[in-house]
Design a protein around this ligand. Structure first.
Ligand code: ADP
Length: 409
């Protein structure tokens, strides 16, 4: 049933987030997705493990829905190992040759994909304080796979790596020098694999080398970030020291005056953890309109819901401010890219982000936009506008494979 050749190479990508673990097995060289699974809502009674076996050239097929409750990531990983061993039996002769792990925060030490060794694991452990909400579950996945598959090379691919090309005046905050030197406080930026993937796809679509292109990439998912890409390299991005900065997100505040949490702490009984939770999980669209689902907010807005109207307006206004600043940062822009849940699916949000910007060379074509074309700008638009489906997992697999091939050659 699975049309794989015995010369194909399989790469397993593990993306272990705060309440979910996603994993995908890609087959190379044709870059097809042969197995994908997700354990979501870990720790809640709604947790489940969905497994899709993607036969090459056919639609994904849900082959299992495990009703077991996954209380911890550790339990989740063991269910995944079990799935992988069953998967292994169905594809005799073919074995996973590389395991790639998405690691959210690479600090300033990890600027490119890195083969995981005992000393790298130790360094990753030391980085935990920079990303206490994200890295622990990433690293747990690395350790479990390291133990379970000691003979398979494993590569860490960092969300921050694509932004290592930011100039110092873009990554430094105007705060005491010692905070930067002693505590490594600077802009790191995230969603790197996504911005890099869609930029590469945009270059293909335009038929030009990425190194010649200036792009503004808008990753609008539950988490959201903008990235200014100059000659193929990231020169600025909206997320900062942590993923909290920048655009208004599903449940994160994005940019706020740094004195707000200080003031709230002074006048309330909130602990550090509660404040962090509120800014990460109960802010953004969730705070303004009680939901992080943009499709729902647009529906409510149509029915005259004022909170939804405000939330959508604030969301779009923040994106437009970043488009404006990146137009100036880049000087010349070839294309604006919309990607991720909202960017790929909401013609309405794309339209509002691009409206009345003809003076800046941005003109969206309403018909193409609604038809979900890849290219949605008007022929008269100096700046192309694109909708590109992101594939962070494939980008991670490509980079990990390239790293291993480079090391071998
Ligand atoms: P994550 O950051 O969790 O990977 P996604 O990229 O999947 O998130 O984006 C999820 C968000 O996309 C949802 O919260 C929802 O707001 C938005 N979304 C999905 N489909 C639509 C749609 N048709 N219209 C508007 N928003 C949508």
């Amino acid at each position: 049933m699975m049309k794989l050749n015995n010369t194909d190479q399989l790469v397993l990508v593990i993306n272990s987030g705060s309440s979910s673990i996603k994993y995908t097995v890609f087959s190379f060289p044709n870059e097809s997705n042969v197995l994908h699974g997700e354990i979501s809502d870990i720790g809640s009674i709604h947790s489940y493990h969905r497994i899709y076996l993607n036969c090459v050239d056919t639609e994904p097929m849900l082959i299992e829905r495990d009703k077991e409750v996954f209380k911890t990531h550790d339990q989740g990983f063991h269910s995944i190992l079990d799935t992988l061993s069953r998967f292994d039996e169905t594809i005799d002769d073919l074995e996973i040759s590389v395991i790639a792990h998405r690691i959210v925060h690479g600090g300033d030490e990890f600027i490119s994909p890195t083969v995981i060794t005992d000393s790298v694991l130790k360094q990753l452990d030391e980085l935990l304080h920079l990303a206490p909400l994200h890295n622990p579950n990433n690293i747990l996945g690395v350790k479990i796979c390291h133990d379970a598959f000691p003979s398979i090379p494993q590569v860490a691919v960092f969300d921050t790596a694509f932004h290592q090309t930011l100039p110092d005046y873009a990554y430094r905050y105007a705060i005491p020098q010692s905070w930067y030197e002693d505590y490594k406080i600077r802009r790191y930026g995230f969603h790197g694999s996504s911005h890099q993937y869609v930029a590469t796809q945009a270059a293909q679509l335009l038929g030009r080398p990425l190194a010649d292109l200036n792009l503004i990439s808008l990753h609008l998912g539950n988490g959201a970030s903008a990235c200014a890409i100059k000659q193929g390299k990231s020169i600025d991005t909206s997320m900062g020291f942590t993923p909290m900065e920048g655009l208004i997100m599903g449940s994160r505040s994005g940019d706020i005056d740094a004195s707000i949490p200080l003031y709230i702490q002074e006048i309330s009984e909130l602990t550090d953890e509660q404040l962090e939770h509120i800014l990460n999980e109960q802010s953004g669209l969730q705070a303004l309109a009680g939901s992080n689902d943009m499709a729902e907010l647009l529906e409510r807005e149509k029915k005259g819901d004022d909170a939804a109207k405000l939330a959508v307006a604030a969301y779009v206004y923040r994106i437009r401010k970043y488009i404006g600043s990146y137009l100036v940062a880049l000087g010349h822009v070839d294309a604006i890219i919309f990607t991720a849940g909202v960017g790929e699916n909401s013609a309405e949000i794309r339209l509002r982000c691009c409206q009345d910007l003809e003076l800046f060379g941005i003109k969206i074509n309403s018909d193409l936009n609604v038809k979900q074309n890849k290219l949605i700008s008007d022929v008269s638009s100096a700046i192309k506008i694109m909708v590109i489906h992101t594939n962070e997992e494939l980008q991670i697999a490509l980079e990990a494979r390239q790293k291993i091939m480079k090391d071998v050659s």
